[in-house]
Design a protein around this ligand. Structure first.
Ligand code: SF4
Ligand code: FES
Length: 248
């Protein structure tokens, strides 16, 4: 492999024996093209087979390898050991309960994801014989950026408001909600608007913006939240004039 080694400090937590998480240090040989994920895989394969962490695609697509790297939410497969000369600290994602070592419990986000109706509800059903629901490239541009979300939860780990109040719908779910509300083929905007306007909706956000800084797919969830603060306010007034309010 290589002669150079570095120290990888990893958060450990085994609920059957540990009262609280603790840090364990491993000396790991590395090369310049090795990711943090590969460093963890080396530890698991050669030093301690009990280390638990999630991963799948190894190419920043599946969103499963989110963790704190020197205190910053990162995808382990997209972060390189060479950028942390000598030593790096790996911990479970902030703001989520720990299941084991670097594996966090995702139930809260999954519930939120289900609540936003994360799929297109056709404005009107038509038989297959009438063909596709068509869309122009310009209409696709309205939501394309927000459709890049990979559910990695880095934005939740970065969000101080979610850290204080886990009922907050949060940046990732709001970005995805925006993706569907902006889709010209979708007809479920009104029900999603209720979630945005609720107490735990967009106005819970205090506009820190760190969520967009850490997002590995340039989704810009902070922008989705801000756009929907305006959309909710507009919807409130438009409902006096038309039943669908601000929804098309
Ligand atoms: S918005 Fe970005 S950081 Fe948040 S879950 Fe989606 S891809 Fe991850
Ligand atoms: S392993 Fe899939 S995003 Fe990192």
């Amino acid at each position: 492999m290589t002669d150079q080694t570095m120290s990888i400090e990893v958060m450990r937590y085994r609920p059957e024996q540990d009262k609280e998480p603790w840090l364990q240090s491993f000396e790991v040989p590395y090369s310049d093209d090795m990711s943090v994920l590969q460093g963890l895989q080396y530890i698991r394969d050669y030093l301690d087979g009990t280390l638990a962490f999630r991963w799948s695609c190894r190419q920043a697509i599946c969103g499963s390898c989110g963790m704190m790297v020197d205190g910053v939410p990162k995808l382990a497969c997209k972060t390189f050991l060479r950028d942390y000369p000598g030593k790096v600290r790996i911990e479970a994602l902030n703001h989520f309960p720990i299941e084991r070592d670097l594996v966090v419990v995702l139930d809260d986000f999954i519930d939120k994801l289900e609540s936003i109706t994360p799929y297109i509800v056709p404005k009107e059903d038509k038989p297959l014989s009438e063909g596709e629901y068509q869309q122009t490239p310009a209409q696709m541009d309205w939501y394309a950026q927000f459709s890049g979300c990979i559910n990695c939860l880095l934005c939740y780990a970065a969000c101080p408001q979610y850290g204080l109040n886990q009922d907050f719908l949060g940046p990732g779910a709001i970005a995805l909600l925006h993706r569907y509300n902006q889709d010209s083929r979708d007809g479920a905007c009104e029900q999603r608007m209720e979630l945005l306007a609720a107490q735990e909706g967009v106005f819970n956000c205090t506009a820190v913006g760190y969520c967009s800084e850490v997002c590995p797919k340039a989704v810009d969830p902070a922008n989705a939240v801000n756009l929907n603060k305006t959309a909710v306010a507009k919807d409130y007034f438009l409902r006096f004039a038309r039943p669908k309010g601000g929804c098309k």
